[in-house]
Design a protein around this ligand. Structure first.
Ligand code: G6P
Ligand code: MG
Length: 216
């Protein structure tokens, strides 16, 4: 029987990828770099600074800025991203998420968040689901990003669950790889991409039943 759930945030709990995309696209445009939705897919699950580095490399400007200048650029992107989140509310939860979290609570299955986003606590608060999570891993404490399993191992331990007894939920390939490397059962959430290595893939959380999932 599985004993804990570890959730990615963006693309699993809510769809913030579209807002990240707008903010990065606008910032990139000011630097003379054009990014499209296909390129944006490669930014999913990637930290803010690593995303900026990827965009600069894509535009052949990897050596154009100092570390301080890059921090200013990343801050500028985040300022716009946070503004785009101003109206986020419970209505922005992805289908089936609220019901799934309620079921988990009823079954006393602890839940934690493994997201690279420094905005995760604020976003969960706006979505009205903060109370369902025993812990949110602080990305500042990580030495490596996804696909490294570090974030998932920390998320499991933070709620007193061994990784082998946990189930991880992810929408990005790097995340599925991290969950599997942590020794967990991986549930992939995507209606469009095939997530290689996922133990189970569904289009949305509406297809999942907590009792069935923990007892398989
Ligand atoms: C998630 C998203 C990424 C984002 C990262 C950092 O992993 O999928 O697109 O870059 O979080 O988010 P932040 O809110 O800290 O800029
Ligand atoms: Mg994600």
């Amino acid at each position: 029987m599985k004993k804990g759930f570890i959730f990615d945030l963006d693309g699993v709990i809510t769809d913030t990828a579209k807002f990240h995309y707008i903010a990065w696209k606008n910032l990139a445009a000011t630097l003379g770099i054009t990014i499209d939705e296909t390129f944006n897919e490669t930014l999913k699950g990637i930290s803010r600074m690593d995303s900026l580095d990827k965009i600069l490399a894509y535009g052949h400007k990897e050596n154009a800025f100092t570390t301080t200048e890059k921090e200013t650029l990343a801050q500028k992107k985040n300022d716009e991203y946070v503004k785009l989140l101003a109206d986020l509310s419970e209505a922005d939860l992805l289908p089936g998420v609220h019901d799934f979290l309620v079921q988990a609570k009823e079954q006393t299955i602890p839940c934690s968040i493994a997201s690279a986003s420094k905005n995760a606590p604020m976003i969960l608060d706006k979505l009205g689901v903060l109370e369902f999570f025993g812990h949110i891993v602080d990305p500042e404490t990580l030495t490596k990003g996804k696909p490294d399993p570090e974030i998932f191992i920390k998320a499991a331990k933070s709620i007193g669950v061994e990784p082998k007894d946990a189930i991880g939920f992810e929408d990005a390939q790097a995340g599925i790889e991290g969950i599997k490397a942590a020794g967990m059962y991986a549930v992939g959430l995507s209606a469009t991409e095939t997530l290689i290595g996922a133990d189970l893939q569904v289009a949305s959380m509406t297809e999942l039943d907590v009792e069935q999932l923990i007892n398989q």
